[in-house]
Design a protein around this ligand. Sequence first.
Ligand code: CU
Length: 252
Amino acid sequence: MMLPALLAACLAVLSGPVVAHGGLANYTVGDTWYRGYDPSAPAEEQLGQPWMVQRQWASIDPIFDADDKFIACNNPGVAPPSYIPIEAGEDITAVYYYWLHPVGPMTVWLAHCGDDCATADVNEVGWFKIWEAGLLEGNLAEGTWYQKQFQRWDGSPGLWPVTIPKSLKAGLYMIRHEILSIHIEDKPQFYPECGHLNITTGGDVFPEEKWLQKFPGAYDKNDPSIKINVYTEEAMKTTNYTIPGGPVWTGA
Ligand SMILES: [Cu+2]
């Protein structure tokens, strides 16, 4: 079985210098590419550039604590000046060039910014989940996770498309993609990245208060889906996994 090789690979990556665990490198909407922040390139060549649409994430390293303020938009999360234009009902695709981990859920969240995402506080805005995928089949240890299908070792683009709910009202929003990797016992790894969206055309719906959550706050670090060992005998018999952070808001 492939388990020890995967664990060894992750530990090598964690202690290695530049090789990426992976991260959200670019976005596409239709045929248009939007370059994201590159943590391996100099910050001064990227911060404040008119083309920048993604919030700065300075490290490929995971966030280990669900209560870390950087769980919202990664460290340090400096805002970009620009927005990706998109209509409600359109797809936005996140593009990753590497992803090394196979186990755990992937989620996408939106938060309304008010009249400027650059001055909105990522820890205070109301996040609502619009997409999630976790265990697709089989058991926790050996089953097929969406993340496992997303895994890339070779630099080929990993494409993660989601649809902006068609009924959502237009406005300025942050979009937050998060991969949670749980392949190490009781040591969850959160990998969030955030971008800015200008939803130019939308519907007339906005989620009610009960759907809106804060980061940190949306997760309980003792949630059995977060503080977990997927390689126990019991886990080998478990074929269901509850994705943390509550249900998806569909816009209905
Ligand atoms: Cu890693």
